[in-house]
Design a protein. Structure first.
Length: 203
């Protein structure tokens, strides 16, 4: 029985090492790399959206129109003097998930004139990690994955960046009154990175 040559051993070791190194980089690199995302409050948030158009479609139209330099037309119809405004229904502050997973920043839950919901982060600063997700939950202040999983929770998007100001749409079929906290959650390892308990706005 011949033993494998040194060259074969090196090739096999390299084949094994490459995916291990790649996984380790995916797992650990977010701890050393931050991503800042700064989004403005949606332009269409205070507009009356036509019934056959979604919020995201209206946002694209308004962004496109904002880039055009069009002269005023005398026969343009007058805009109504007042338009419905987004209403802040709840707000809170992010706290640390634990002694290692840190989080801070403000979060506000809005009801838009369309009847849809919007979650807005401002000044977010959370420990980065692999595949972080934004969840809305019925738990008032979840501290563990069990708290999250035992509550009614909905994922509303992948975290766009671990720093900055960001917007997340709430599914139209979700009752905003059922949302009592916002959680930044590591999906592959099921770890709570940061939580924002929400307080309902008066009135």
């Amino acid at each position: 029985m011949t033993l494998p040559s040194k060259r074969v051993i090196i090739i096999v070791a390299a084949i094994i090492a490459i995916p291990v190194i790649a996984f380790a980089w995916w797992l650990l690199s977010p701890l050393f790399i931050s991503k800042t995302v700064v989004e403005e409050f949606p332009m269409s948030a205070s507009a009356q959206i036509p019934e056959n158009m979604t919020q995201s479609e209206a946002e694209k139209v308004m962004e496109g129109m904002a880039k055009l330099d069009m002269p005023a037309m005398e026969d343009m119809p007058e805009m109504p003097p007042e338009m419905d405004e987004p209403v802040a229904v709840a707000s809170g502050q992010f706290r640390d998930g634990d002694s290692f997973h840190k989080g801070s920043g403000a979060v506000t839950l809005y009801l838009l004139p369309t009847g849809e919901g919007l979650v807005r982060f401002e000044g977010l600063n959370v420990t980065n990690g692999p595949d972080l997700r934004v969840l809305v939950t019925s738990h008032p202040d979840p501290k563990t994955r069990a708290d999250v999983h035992d509550s009614d929770y909905t994922e509303i998007g992948k975290l766009k960046g671990n720093r900055g100001d960001q917007n997340y749409d709430v599914p139209s079929d979700l009752d905003l009154s059922s949302i009592r906290s916002i959680v930044i959650y590591c999906a592959p390892f099921q770890v709570v990175f940061s939580v924002a308990p929400l307080q309902r706005q008066a009135g």
